[in-house]
Design a protein around this ligand. Structure first.
Ligand SMILES: [Fe+2]
Ligand SMILES: [Fe+2]
Length: 339
C-alpha cells in the first residue's frame, strides 16, 4: 500500500516575543559549524508559563520530532541552541516544582495512583462541563487545544523506552503499541485524532493550530517532551504516562456522552470511545507492570513518579481553567477564533 504524500515537516511558527524570535531567527539560517556559538537571549524577565517561552521551547523540542520545512536538521544537536533550551527548561521546571510543592515522604506512587482513580460522578472539571452543558463550538475549541498532543500521541512518552528495563519496559511498550495502532497505520491514535479533526471540519495538519493555542496548551506538551528527553526525569515521565492512562477512561467516557448529546460526527465519538476501552486495560498494565516494576527495581524513583503525576495535574488544570474561564466570560479560549 502506498501512502498519499503528506507534508511531514510543518511550517516554522511565527515568533511571539524575544525568546521565540531568537529561536526562529536562528533556525532560518544554516546551522553553524561552530556548535558552541552562544545564543543571546535573556530569561531574566521570562514568565515561566508565558506564551513566548513555551513557543520557543516547543520549537526547540520539535526539532527532535518532525522538524520544520526548510530548517537545517543540523540545529537538532547544536550546543548553543541546546544551552538556551536548557535555560528555558530550567525556568519552566523550577516553577512546576514550586507548584507541586513538597512531597510528603510517606506518599508512594502506588497511593498516588489509587487516589487518581477515585473520581466523583458529579465533579466540576472541564469534561463534566462539556458533558452537561458544553456547546459544539466549545468542543471544537477543545479539539484544537488538544490537537498538538493528540497528533503526536504516544511520541513524547516513547523517549522513555530506552531508559527502562525488564518488565517495566515490556509493559510500557505494550501500551505504546496500542497507541501506535498495533501495527496498523490507520489505527494510530494520531491518525484517529486527525480523522476526528476532519470530521469536525477542522485542520488536521500537524501543528496546524500552533498559532491558535494559548501557552497553557503548549506547556502541557512541553512538560511531556521535557520529561521524555531527560533520562534523569524518567521517573517523572513514567508518572506522567501513568497519570495520562489512569485519568483517561472516565474523562473519555464523559466526552463520549458530550459528543453523543451534541450529535457529533462518528469519528469524533470513536476517538474517545477507543480511549474508554483501551485505557481501561492500559491503566491496569501501567499500575502493576510499569510503575510497580520500575519502583521495585529503582525504589529511589518512587517520588519522581509521584512528582510526574502531580506535575501532569498542575499543567492540565491550568489548561482546563483557561478554557473554563474564557467560556464563563463568553469569549473564545483560543488566541484567534476559529473561522
Ligand atoms: Fe491513545
Ligand atoms: Fe492509552
Amino acid at each position: 500500500m502506498t501512502a498519499a504524500p503528506i507534508y511531514v515537516e510543518p511550517r516554522l511558527p511565527d515568533p511571539r516575543g524575544p525568546l521565540s524570535l531568537a529561536v526562529t531567527e536562528l533556525l532560518s539560517e544554516r546551522a553553524p559549524a561552530n556548535h558552541l556559538l552562544q545564543v543571546e537571549a535573556s530569561l531574566a524577565d521570562a514568565d515561566p508559563y508565558g506564551l513566548d517561552l513555551h513557543l520557543a521551547l516547543y520549537i526547540c523540542y520539535e526539532l527532535h520530532y518532525r522538524g520544520f520545512a526548510g530548517v537545517d536538521t543540523g540545529w537538532e544537536w547544536n550546543a548553543g541552541l541546546l544551552h538556551l533550551r536548557g535555560r528555558m527548561e530550567n525556568t519552566f521546571l523550577t516553577e512546576v516544582r514550586r507548584q507541586v510543592g513538597e512531597i510528603d515522604p510517606d506518599v508512594t506512587a502506588f497511593d498516588e495512583m489509587r487516589e487518581l482513580a477515585i473520581e466523583p460522578a458529579d465533579g466540576e472539571g472541564l469534561s463534566y462541563h462539556l458533558r452537561d452543558k458544553g456547546t459544539w463550538e466549545q468542543m471544537r475549541e477543545y479539539f484544537v487545544h488538544r490537537s498538538l498532543y493528540h497528533l503526536k500521541e504516544g511520541d513524547p512518552h516513547a523517549w522513555a523506552i530506552p531508559r527502562l528495563v525488564g518488565q517495566a519496559k515490556a509493559a510500557f511498550v505494550a501500551v505504546e503499541y496500542d497507541e501506535f495502532g498495533a501495527g496498523r497505520g490507520a489505527r494510530l491514535h494520531q491518525q484517529l485524532f486527525a480523522d476526528l479533526l476532519d470530521a469536525a471540519d477542522l485542520d488536521s495538519s500537524y501543528l496546524g493550530y500552533i498559532d491558535h493555542v494559548p501557552a497553557e496548551a503548549l506547556a502541557a506538551v512541553n512538560l511531556m517532551s521535557l520529561f521524555g528527553l531527560h533520562r534523569g526525569l524518567r521517573g517523572a515521565a513514567v508518572g506522567h504516562f501513568a497519570s495520562t492512562e489512569i485519568t483517561s477512561p472516565p474523562g473519555s467516557q464523559r466526552l463520549v456522552a458530550a459528543l453523543e448529546r451534541m450529535g457529533a460526527p462518528r469519528p469524533c465519538i470513536d476517538f474517545y470511545a477507543e480511549h474508554v476501552e483501551a485505557d481501561a486495560v492500559h491503566e491496569q498494565v501501567v499500575r502493576t507492570d510499569v510503575v510497580g516494576d520500575l519502583v521495585a527495581r529503582e525504589p529511589h524513583l518512587d517520588r519522581d513518579v509521584v512528582f510526574g503525576i502531580r506535575a501532569h495535574a498542575v499543567v492540565e488544570d491550568r489548561l482546563a481553567e483557561h478554557m473554563m474561564s474564557a467560556w464563563a466570560d463568553g469569549t473564545t479560549s483560543l488566541r484567534r477564533p476559529l473561522e
